[in-house]
Design a protein around this ligand. Sequence first.
Ligand code: TYD
Ligand code: MG
Length: 454
Amino acid sequence: MAKSPQFTCTACAATYTKWSGRCENCGEWNTIIEEKPLSAGPSSKSLGSTRGRAIALTDLSTEETPPERTLAGVAELDRVLGGGLVQASALLVGGDPGIGKSTLLLQAAARFARNGLKVIYISGEEAAAQIRMRAQRLGLTESPVALASETNLRDILTTLDTERPDLVIIDSIQTMWADNVEAAPGSVSQVRAAAHELTSFAKRRGISVIMVGHVTKDGQIAGPRVVEHMVDTVLYFEGERGHQFRILRAVKNRFGPADEIGVFEMTGRGLVEVKNPSALFLSERGDPAPGSVVFAGIEGTRPVLCEFQALVAPSPHSQARRTVVGWDGGRLAMILAVLEARCGIPFTGLDVYLNVAGGLRITEPAADLAVATALLSAREDVSLPQDCVLFGEISLSGALRPAVQTENRLKEAQKLGFKTAMAPSSAKQSQINGIAVRQFGDLAGFVGDVFGAD
Ligand code: TYD
Ligand code: MG
C-alpha cells in the first residue's frame, strides 16, 4: 500500500495530510514540512521483518563516572550550568536581541580559555574586528580565544575537525547555513539541520558546543522546538532593557537542576556577577507604600527576595484592565477570583496592575500570598510594615498551602534585616532564625487579621 505523504509542524508536531503555510494548531507560520515515510514504496517491508543489529544491553547498576566539568570561575554562571561546563555537552542560550548574549558568551569563552579549555568563538553576525573591539572593551584581549566570522557550516565543521577544540561557541544558530539543505538561513529547516549537525558532530568528537538562539516576540527560541530537545541544556538570558539586571535561567538541564538562576549586572565593562541578588532587587525600595510587599522566594536552589508592586484604581472602561509584568496573568486572575469568592472582596470595575520590581520574572506558586497582599494593600490603601516578608501558595478553596524551603527563605530575610514573616501555618515554630513568623491557615483568616474584617 502506497503511503500518502505526511506533513508535520516542526513547532508543535501536529500532523496534516496537506501542506499549508500556517499551522492551525499552534498558529505558527512556515513551520509545516513534509515527512517522508521511512519505508517508502510498495515493495518495502515493515522494519521488524528484516533483521537489524542486536543492541548490547546493560543494567542500572553499571558504574558510571560523573562527567568531567570545567568551572568558569564565575559563580553565577557555574551554578546555572549545574556546577560548571560538562565536557561534550550541547547548550542553547536564548534571549532577546541586544540583551547581552554575545557579551556573556565572549566573557564565558575567555574564562573557560583561561581555565585550560581550547575555545573557538564563531560569529555569524559580527566581523572579527567587531568582536575584537568588544573584547577590548571587556578587557579580554589577552585571553587565548580563537575567533572566526563564518556562517558556512561545512567549513566550520572541517575547521573543528582539524582544530579539535574543547568548546565551540556559535553566535547564532539562526545565521548558520548548511549547504545540503535547500532553504534560506534562519528558516526552520536550516536551523534544525544546523543544530543537529553541530550537536551530533560535537558529541562524536567530545567537543562542547554553545549555540546562541534568538527569541521570537512571544518569548520562544526562534526555529523549531526540536532544537531544544536536541541539546542537553537550555538557558534563557532575560532582563528588561531599562534595567541593568540580567538573569540567566536554566529552563532545561540534563546535568543539573532546572530553574536555577544566575544574576548579572550589565555595566560599561560587560557583565558583572551579582553575589547578593536580594539586596539588589530590594535596593530601589522607598518608604512604605500601599501596594508594595516583599516576597521571600526561592529560585532554583537559592533564596531570592523581591518586591511585588500593585496598583488598583477605578476603571474608566467597561472592561477593567489586568496588566502583569514579571508574573503569570492566569495566576493573577485566579488570585482575584479567590479573593472575591472566599473573602468577599471584589475587584469588579477596578483596573489592576501588578509588577515585579527590577525586571525579575517569578514563576513560583508560593508568591500567591505576596500577590494577594499587594492587591489588597493597594485596594485598601494600607501599607504593610517595611520589615515584613510573605510567602505561601493559595489554593482555590482559599487555604494557604505550605511552601518548600521555609527555613532558607527566612534565613535570607533575616540577613537583609527583616523582622517578621507571614506564612502558611506549616512552620512549626513562631520564631525561626530570629524572625517572628505569623502563621495563617487560610486567606480569609489572613485578610481579617492583617487588613481588619472587611
Ligand atoms: P550584545 O551582547 O551584543 O547582545 P546580544 O548578543 O544579545 O544581541 O549586547 C548588546 C548590548 O549590551 C548593547 O546595547 C550594549 C551593551 N553593552 C554594555 O552595556 N556594556 C558592555 O561592556 C558591552 C560589551 C555591551
Ligand atoms: Mg549578539
